[in-house]
Design a protein around this ligand. Structure first.
Ligand code: 5GP
Length: 184
């Protein structure tokens, strides 16, 4: 499980992990947030309505769920359960509130928090994204301090990685997965 402020490069890290770990599957989250230009429904996310989301929560179909900047996000249980039952690795990218729930519900999960090299780099990366309005970029940046503070103080994350060079971060996570899956 990978978490970190918006703009730290989590998605690129997860994409690379999926490419490099043969028996890995991406956990397709559900979200009520609007679809961005380049996104395809069913790939990174299933885009659903608030009513559909509430129904999934009521039926206990989500392993975890949270609200981030007014939109709902959640991890469907089904894919996670099936993948784990098949002895494969689930890669999920979720926010810190979801991370806390996964830590409690799946204690043997591997939880990695991605840090930006500096807050200036984070700001520059967010500003470089063409997919969001400036107001939304500012809101995402404003969330970052709280997310980092929570991740460090909560104790829910076993590993912290500063994502300076993508390849190094991915290599480090590969090592962590190798170590953790050897001892369990
Ligand atoms: P974005 O809108 O940029 O795709 O995601 C916003 C935040 O929601 C990110 O921190 C991302 O990791 C998080 N997120 C994505 N999917 C899930 C999920 O299923 N559950 C939770 N709790 N957070 C998620």
């Amino acid at each position: 499980m990978v978490s970190g402020p918006s703009g730290t490069g989590k998605t690129s890290i997860c994409d690379e992990l999926l490419r490099r770990i043969p028996n890995s599957r991406w956990s397709v989250s559900v979200t009520t947030r609007p679809i961005r230009g380049h996104e395809i429904d069913g790939e990174a996310y299933h885009f659903i309505t608030r009513e559909e989301f509430d129904r999934m929560v009521a039926r206990d179909e989500l392993l975890e769920h949270a609200e981030y900047l007014g939109q709902c996000y959640g991890t469907p249980r089904e894919l996670v359960d099936k993948t784990v039952a098949a002895g494969e690795i689930v890669i999920m990218e979720i926010d810190v509130q979801g991370g806390a729930q996964v830590a409690q519900r799946v204690p043997d999960s591997i939880r990695v928090f991605i840090l930006p090299p500096t807050m200036d780099t984070l700001q520059a990366r967010l500003e470089g994204r063409q997919t969001e309005s400036e107001a939304l970029q500012r809101k995402r940046l404003a969330e970052a301090d709280g997310e980092i503070g929570f991740a460090i103080n909560s104790g829910y994350y076993q590993y912290f990685i500063t994502n300076d060079i993508l390849k190094d971060s991915v290599n480090r996570i590969m090592e962590i997965i190798e170590q953790e899956t050897k001892t369990t």
